[in-house]
Design a protein around this ligand. Structure first.
Ligand code: NDP
Length: 468
């Protein structure tokens, strides 16, 4: 009998099934359109895969308690798939949704399946096609006992960090895993945007060619900035173009970026929980603005721009300022992501362990980066850390690099180069370190027009003033 089943034979499901098979498991596969299942079986003849045309037969192929991973399009298709499975399942069987599902959907599915005696796991999966095939980062949310049942499977297919720890760990009940994945994607948007801003300024203000930037990113990838996204950026910058036969492919790619929704959910959640996610939101809004291509073309002919001016900065200095800006922004984006985890843990009753989240992110996932090791240590050393920026190691890094971020944003602003993520990071930092801010004015205005009252710094209590 098959040890585990996978439903959905598109990119992710197929590769997860192959990954499981390569770890010694017999895997049953099913896809709504049967020809896809047949193709996967044909392509992988000789492997320990079994397929079936009907969901009933698919369920019948599985040993008990059944473990079924669903990797279909997020949203209604997941509900439809679960509904089609229910008549054939027995109490104690485990349904694992590995898609990018909204965490509230996972909470709902977890509760409604529990009422039927079935177990549900909301499994965040990161790493794309290659990750799914050779080692993704896995973020399961479920009952703890259920995790014990699926742990051997998840740990065998997950990526492993340099210290050998698997990038999979129980995160909490119900929607906890998908929540962690959602915020992972919010951080991913920010990470990608800040790299894009760096490339754009170095190109348009510094006049640094793609190939020289590729070397620079490669060099950065050997230091504190070392990460998957920096590594692929270097590769992207040097990729030749087969069609135009000159320059690099990057120059021929339209500047309109798409999205699938997880970045939007992250920021909606941050608003809902009252957490400042400005850097993550900048990553999202940059994609939104990129869609306004026609308007941007029109506006570019309406308004004038300043002449590019490096203000006497040497190119080598500019490169180092960019490195510092990237490093500081990255820390601040993560600080916002972890602040969101903290608020969510309190709001939804999950005991999220931030060091474990950092541990899982260290390999396999898109935002894997060498900075996750000290992040893991930071939260291990202090479970009550208010903000990542207050961990001594990260405080030190920010002290060293924040001036670079300041210089980078100043240059960008003076030259009309959009750097929304970098600017948001700097504003967040400056707001965070501001002992006495400007909110006294807001409170005065609120009291002026709405009698909303205010508190005083010198006398206890709540006050209203009869403004002139
Ligand atoms: P897609 O999101 O493109 O979904 C295609 C699969 O969903 C096909 O197997 C399709 O079956 C099935 N499907 C669609 N609608 C239904 C339905 N109503 N009932 C049953 N099955 C349906 O596949 P991916 O492999 O890209 O992603 C799977 C999940 O993993 C998604 O939630 C995605 O967001 C998530 N994910 C994707 C990553 C990636 O890099 N692609 C990374 C991490 C997570 P059929 O062949 O019959 O149309």
């Amino acid at each position: 009998m098959a040890n585990i089943g996978v439903i959905g034979m598109a990119v992710m499901g197929k590769n997860l099934a192959l990954n499981l098979e390569s770890r010694g498991y017999e895997v049953a596969i099913y896809n709504r359109t049967h020809s896809v299942t047949e193709e996967v079986l044909r392509e992988n003849e000789g492997l320990n895969l079994v397929g079936s045309e009907s969901i009933e037969k698919f369920v019948g192929l599985l040993e008990r308690p059944r473990k079924i991973i669903i990797m279909v399009k997020a949203g209604n298709p997941v509900d439809m798939t679960i509904e089609s499975l229910i008549p054939y399942l027995d109490k104690g069987d485990i349904i694992i949704d590995g898609g990018n599902s909204f965490f509230r959907d996972s909470e709902r599915r977890y509760r409604s399946l529990k009422e039927k005696g079935l177990n549900f796991v909301g499994l965040g999966v990161s790493g794309g096609e290659t990750g799914a095939r050779f080692g993704p980062a896995l973020m399961p949310g479920c009952d703890k006992e259920v995790y014990q049942e699926i742990k051997p499977y998840l740990e065998s297919i997950a990526a492993r960090a340099e210290d050998g720890l698997a990038c999979s760990a129980w995160l909490g009940t119900g929607g906890a895993g998908h929540y962690v994945k959602m915020v992972h994607n919010g951080i991913e948007y920010a990470d990608m945007e800040q790299i894009a801003e760096t490339y754009f300024l170095l190109k348009n203000l510094g006049g640094i060619s793609n190939l020289d930037q590729a070397d620079l990113f490669d060099q950065w990838n050997k230091g504190e900035l070392s990460s998957y996204l920096i590594e692929i950026t270097s590769n992207i910058l040097k990729e030749a173009d087969d069609t135009a036969k000159s320059g690099q492919l990057l120059d021929y790619i339209e500047d309109i970026s798409l999205q699938k929704g997880t970045g939007k959910w992250t920021n909606l959640e941050a608003v809902e929980l009252g957490v400042d996610s400005s850097v993550l939101a900048a990553g999202l809004n940059a994609r939104v603005m990129s869609m306004l291509k026609d308007e941007r073309i029109k506006a570019s002919h309406v308004f004038s721009r300043p002449q590019p001016n490096l203000g006497g900065m040497e190119i080598e200095e500019l490169k180092d300022v960019a490195r510092q800006a990237l490093l500081a922004t990255k820390i601040i984006a993560y600080a916002q992501g972890f602040a969101l985890y903290k608020a969510a843990g309190a709001a939804y009753g999950w005991d999220l362990e931030y060091d474990v989240i950092a541990q899982i992110f260290r390999a396999g996932c898109i935002i894997r980066s060498s900075l996750l090791n000290p992040m893991m240590e930071a939260f291990k050393n202090n479970k009550d850390l208010e903000n990542l920026m207050l961990d001594p190691y990260f405080t030190g890094l920010l002290e060293e690099n924040i001036q670079g971020l300041r210089d980078f944003v100043t240059l960008a602003v003076q030259n009309a180069i959009p750097v929304p993520a970098m600017a948001a990071a700097l504003s967040y930092f400056d707001t965070y370190i501001c002992e006495n801010g400007s909110a006294n004015m807001i409170q005065a205005q609120r009291d002026y027009f709405g009698s909303h009252t205010y508190r005083r710094v010198d006398i206890e209590g709540s006050f209203h003033h009869e403004w002139e």
